[in-house]
Ligand binder design. Structure first.
Ligand code: IVH
Length: 666
């Protein structure tokens, strides 16, 4: 693969992973399975290990996914809340074990095997035995302060008991719904005509991240504690199993499954047992967590950027059932991509009725070799979105109809063209489906975040002929809105205010909102970081776009052709007349002496998390990367720095400590 396509693939993987992270962590509506997510992640990791020169500073492999919601107060974790590497089979776990004994230079070690609770990871801080603060994981360094919501959880003590309570105790645990409670909550939501949760994990996440604590208090959440992250020096612990016992003695809920295992065979036997018996437990688990028992050995092995070397997740295979394909629906999205969706005979998989499964594109349909009325195996991998994983051809009868791509758009009848693995409707500015979804995207949380302008309102506005495109939104008046079903004075005024506010969203969000094919959130940021202003971007050439690090030929072509199209020109001009696209990219603010300088951060910092410092530096125009090279201007070093520190010294690169970098930023 030539380097630009390789680089582009890496960029594409990063964008996809970040997109799925957002759906999973912030919107509680994941659309791919854990296994599909792990595939994207592992492909990126593999490419980065063979081509470290292309590692991008925002790569999710370099940090824990997620970020803190702006609506919550922030909490900085004393010890980062890392992720776990995921493994699925005996060979993986043998490799994990062999590396550990080799690195520790021991012939045998002990592990604790725990449930991998499928809930929401939280940090809990007890001071003098009192629960004083709690946070979500966020990006691993900074999370959301959810203290008041956590305090509503009935099985979590506000005050610790027993003889051995440390002055300060920082824990990590998982908040979840028992399956019976989840079923009841969904019944209640349906009765109230509200949207039910997809699974218990999403229900827990949605319930915990409520700004109104009284809502959380009405939800019967549970918590299990599984790791001591930090304790004051009036407490001691030598092993993970001792830690768990001491937590239980303080009255903390830990669950009752923590066997100590001496061999990988024992670990794997538990994996097999619970893969089969997971449905008999009162809560969801999506695998087991394997932890080295000795805390001294844990410290000796240390951590990587996003996960520890001393623990891993041994995940379960997804749940599967068989059913039949009753029909194929064709969905036309914002970019015109036509997605085939299998309409299935409803089937119950692990407590959830499944009646649809995406087939992604027609190449996937071909690969599966699926036809109408086929018997198929459906998995709810990660117990999220169902996917067809195989077709049982032995049950097929000769008359079954093949699934063929459409030659016309099912919505607007425009011609359809094929580009890579997707078929696209060519009626970009006339196709009602493309128009609708592009307006929904424009207003979405990740784009302009126009509160009150969801799919339903967009449908109403289009049906009434009040808008034809995104720019028309800014012509809407109070009387237009008041004429819509369900719109009273307050709701109309709120929407007009939200439309007004949307014009001052960061310039990269405004670019992302245009919905240009190939331009995801990160790509939009890269483009605006290069051009600074929208006026410069509009006048660019394909050649200039291609010179940007992280932008490949296809993206360059797509951006260029977007701005060349007369209809888009008209819409962009109208948006500008309404006051959009006036901002300058934040780091292009004049006067920054860090503009364009490349920084690498290593070690633990005292007053910032690394991700917070990275954000600050980037806001001042600096670039933060993960590999030290001759291009690096400064390496910022905290305590316990990694090999980057040695490399910086050997290349003679200027080293800064935390105080130096603060001064430099001032
Ligand atoms: S230990 C450094 N133990 O699994 C140790 N995690 O990415 C990190 N999880 O979201 C975690 N059950 O919230 C640990 N018994 C357990 C767990 C557990 C569930 C979650 C954790 C994290 C994910 C792994």
């Amino acid at each position: 693969m030539v380097s630009h396509t390789l680089k582009e693939r890496m960029r594409d993987l990063i964008d996809q992973i970040l997109y799925h992270d957002d759906l999973y962590y912030h919107q509680q509506r994941p659309v791919i399975s854990d296994a599909a997510y792990d595939n994207l992640f592992n492909e990126l990791k593999a490419l980065e290990s063979t081509h470290p020169e292309f590692i991008q500073s925002d790569s999710p492999t370099q940090r824990v996914s997620g970020r803190a919601d702006e609506n919550f107060k922030k909490i900085t974790h004393k010890v980062p809340l890392l992720s776990l590497d995921s493994y699925y089979n005996a060979a993986d776990i043998a490799q994990f074990h062999n590396r550990i004994v080799k690195d520790l230079d021991k012939s045998s070690v002990e592990y604790v095997c725990e449930f991998k609770f499928d809930g929401v990871s939280v940090s809990l801080i007890y001071e003098n035995g009192r629960l004083v603060r709690a946070g979500t994981r966020g990006d691993g360094y900074i999370g959301e302060d959810i203290t008041e919501n956590i305090k509503t959880i009935k099985n979590l003590p506000h005050k610790l008991t027993g003889a051995q309570v440390p002055r300060e105790l920082h824990l990590r645990g998982e908040v979840l719904f028992l399956i019976k409670d989840f079923i009841n909550i969904n019944k209640q939501l349906i009765l109230e005509n509200k949207e039910a949760f997809v699974n218990p994990r999403n229900a827990a996440s949605g319930s915990l991240r409520q700004l109104d604590t009284t809502v959380t208090a009405r939800r019967p959440l549970h918590c299990f504690c599984y790791t001591i992250m930090y304790h004051s020096d009036d407490f001691a612990c030598a092993t993970q199993s001792e830690a768990i016992k001491k937590l239980a003695a303080m009255g903390l809920p830990t669950g009752d499954f923590h066997p100590v295992c001496q061999t990988t065979e024992e670990l794997f036997a538990f994996h097999k047992k619970y893969q089969q018996e997971r449905d008999t437990l009162p809560f969801e688990i999506d695998g087991l967590v394997i932890k080295l028992n000795s805390l001294e050995d844990q410290r000796a092995l240390g951590t990587k950027a996003r996960s520890p070397r001393f623990a891993c997740a041994l995940k379960f295979e997804s749940r599967k059932e068989t059913t039949t394909v009753e029909d194929i629906a064709l969905q036309v999205g914002r970019t015109g991509a036509i997605t085939p969706v299998a309409i299935l005979k409803p089937v119950n998989i692990g407590g959830v009725t499944v009646s649809r499964a995406t087939l992604h594109n027609f190449d996937f349909v071909d690969q599966l070799g699926i036809t109408l009325a086929d018997h198929v195996q459906v998995a709810r991998a990660g117990d999220v979105i169902p996917a067809i994983i195989s077709v049982d051809t032995s049950k097929r009868v000769a008359s079954q109809k093949k699934i063929t791509p459409p030659d016309k758009c099912p919505v607007c009848q425009s011609k359809v063209i094929k580009d890579k693995s997707h078929y696209y409707c060519t009626g970009t500015h006339t196709c009602p489906a493309q128009i609708k979804w592009s307006i929904v995207h424009f207003a979405s949380k990740r784009a302009l975040n126009i509160n009150g302008l969801g799919e339903e309102t967009v449908d109403l506005l289009l049906e009434r002929g009040l808008i034809k495109n995104t720019a028309d939104l800014y012509d809407l008046t109070a009387s237009d809105l008041l004429s819509l079903d369900g719109f009273k004075l307050k709701k109309s005024q709120n929407l007009l205010n939200a439309l007004g506010d949307s014009k001052s969203r960061p310039i990269e969000k405004q670019l992302f909102a245009l919905g240009i094919r190939e331009v995801g959130e990160q790509t939009a940021k890269i483009i605006m970081a290069h051009f600074g202003s929208f006026n410069t971007l509009e006048k660019t050439s394909v050649e200039e776009l291609q010179t940007i690090d992280g932008i490949g030929p296809e993206t360059a072509e797509s951006v260029f052709s977007f701005f060349s199209h007369p209809e888009n020109k008209k819409i962009v001009k109208k948006l500008k007349d309404h006051g959009m696209f006036e901002q300058v990219f934040a780091s292009k603010v004049k006067g920054s002496n860090l503009e364009g300088l490349v920084f690498v951060l290593t070690g633990e910092l005292k007053s910032f998390s690394r991700s917070a410092l990275k954000e600050k530096l980037e806001a001042l125009g600096a670039k933060v990367t993960n590999t030290v090279s001759k291009k690096t201007a400064y390496v910022v070093v905290g305590s316990n720095p990694g090999s980057k520190f040695d490399k910086a010294k050997s290349l003679g690169i200027k080293i800064l400590n935390e105080d130096d970098v603060v001064k430099l930023m001032e």
